[in-house]
Design a protein around this ligand. Structure first.
Ligand SMILES: [Zn+2]
Length: 164
């Protein structure tokens, strides 16, 4: 198997197992509603995400079958252990991506938010962790790191962005 077919294989298996972007936001909505109100029902999730109850029900069916969400007899939703882990991973990815896009690449907050949102559920925990280590080093007291960052930010392209 060459690198190309191997990558294609990874892509296919990923498509089957991965959480869709919409599913990730459903899990985060349940997480936020539980934290804020102590309960989450289909109607609350629909309101939170600004979509219909029917649409939420369809996505929840998948999330329940994958073992991320449970619903009790009173229609209250809960995250399972793996559902909570998924939320934690997505939130951690979002934080590290935001920092990278905003603090290193100097994109404006709105653009950084949009792009972090698009990628947050796709990064593996390993990549998210490695990116975090990279940022920790880049913003550490290591003089090579601060020199690198300063040199990057003073390049013609970047200083134009900074001054905007
Ligand atoms: Zn998102």
């Amino acid at each position: 198997m060459n690198a190309f077919t191997s990558a294609a294989h990874v892509w296919k298996s990923f498509e089957e197992n991965a959480l869709s972007h919409s599913s990730a936001h459903h899990l985060m909505a349940i997480h936020e509603l539980l934290a804020r109100n102590g309960y989450a029902r289909v109607t609350d999730v629909a309101k939170h995400l600004g979509i219909t109850r029917g649409s939420v029900s369809v996505t929840l069916k998948t999330l329940k079958s994958k073992g991320y969400v449970t619903e009790d007899e009173n229609k209250f939703l809960r995250l399972t252990g793996s559902g909570s882990e998924m939320v934690d991973a997505v939130v951690a990815n979002r934080q590290v991506l935001l920092k990278f896009l905003h603090d290193v690449l100097a994109l404006n907050s709105a653009q950084a938010e949009i792009d972090a949102c698009k990628v947050e559920h796709l990064l593996s925990p390993e990549t998210g962790d490695r990116l975090l280590r990279f940022l920790d080093f880049l913003f550490s007291k290591d003089v090579r790191a601060s020199a690198f960052l300063a040199a990057f930010k003073s390049t013609k392209e970047m200083s134009q962005h900074e001054n905007r």
